[in-house]
Ligand binder design. Sequence first.
Ligand SMILES: Cc1cc2nc3c(=O)[nH]c(=O)nc-3n(C[C@H](O)[C@H](O)[C@H](O)COP(=O)(O)OP(=O)(O)OC[C@H]3O[C@@H](n4cnc5c(N)ncnc54)[C@H](O)[C@@H]3O)c2cc1C
Length: 363
Amino acid sequence: MAGGEVLGDEGGSHQGEFYGDGRPARPVRRPCPDGRAGGTVPAMDSDVIVVGGGVVGLTAAVRLAERGRRVRVWSRDEAGATTSAVAGALWWPYRIEPEAEVGDWSLATLRVYEGLAADPAATGVRLVPGVHADTALDTLGAWAKEVEGLRQLAPHEVPGPYQAGLAARLPLVDMPVHLAWLRGRLEAAGGSVERHVVTDLGEAFAAGARVVVNCTGLGARGLVPDAGMRAVRGQLVLVENPGVDTWFTAADGASAETTYFFPQPGRLILGGTAEEDDERLSPDPAVTAGIIARCARIRPEIADARVLGHRVGLRPARAGGVRLEAERRPDGGLLVHDYGHGGAGVTVAWGCADRVAELVGDA
Ligand SMILES: Cc1cc2nc3c(=O)[nH]c(=O)nc-3n(C[C@H](O)[C@H](O)[C@H](O)COP(=O)(O)OP(=O)(O)OC[C@H]3O[C@@H](n4cnc5c(N)ncnc54)[C@H](O)[C@@H]3O)c2cc1C
């Protein structure tokens, strides 16, 4: 499929990957391995099926498997073709609700990433210093007090045209590496991941699961169905790193244009956009030029950096915030929903996984 094709919410992956010249790096829509959407899967030896193999689904699966559950993950897409693989990905609660719970989920996740940062090559997690411009400490929730080293900068310390800013040392996650590591950890705990398109969550119960965990991100829009799910498009540019070793963000909540850069091994990720209800998966060249120009205002050397590629992803936003709750089905099965993490699924993944494990309990 051409990278420019627009997919419906049930139609395919919610990200696009492109070479530096804008050609699609791989087909965006993939069939089920058996060639049939929603093909039947043989009876299996597992009592939990997690539908969704992005960061939210894999993390929940790891938690459940390490508590002794026999867990299988069903995913329409390979991990590298999920929205999760597109993320930058900095730990920070951005474009996610509900506020009351997000703080706790984020802090629980922060503690896990701080531990994983001891082995960055394997886990993809590093603690990296940087600046959130245009952000004041007293506008953040109580969670911010628990983030060690987070401090308000004096105006002269903030780069670019910004008057305020925060300095912090936060987890920066190399998502392709981290997703592969999560899968390995799941497999080490006896779990498995399979490519399988689900057209009805009941299929997983019919396949023998007592518990089904729905981590389908934007796919929940058609699958649940949940009309509150909305795509928030994000476009990124990958460039050769001209020597930037700290991250920077300046997110204007009132605009679709944001400015950020994240140094990752082998590349500098430049962003970005937050375009509501825009589901185009191909990179827009005018947007690319705007992203590079905005980032170069902060670090001029970015203007001439060689472009390595482009990424586009659709953040799974939900009216009313993340849905994290269980429902008992008439047949006695337990269906746990864990989707709608907007712009911060990486930031809250472990906290949400802990809650999933609580909801599943001994079911
Ligand atoms: C440009 C961009 C930058 C971002 N930066 C950050 C950041 O810095 N920090 C941060 O915390 N977050 C960031 N995010 C947000 C983050 O990427 C998402 O919140 C997160 O990836 C959501 O994870 P998920 O597992 O719920 O969804 P996804 O990664 O979309 O995974 C959904 C899974 O469900 C599967 N699925 C869907 N439908 C079906 C079906 N019918 N049958 C079977 N399987 C199905 C898919 O195949 C996939 O495996 C960013 C997002 C974008 C787009």
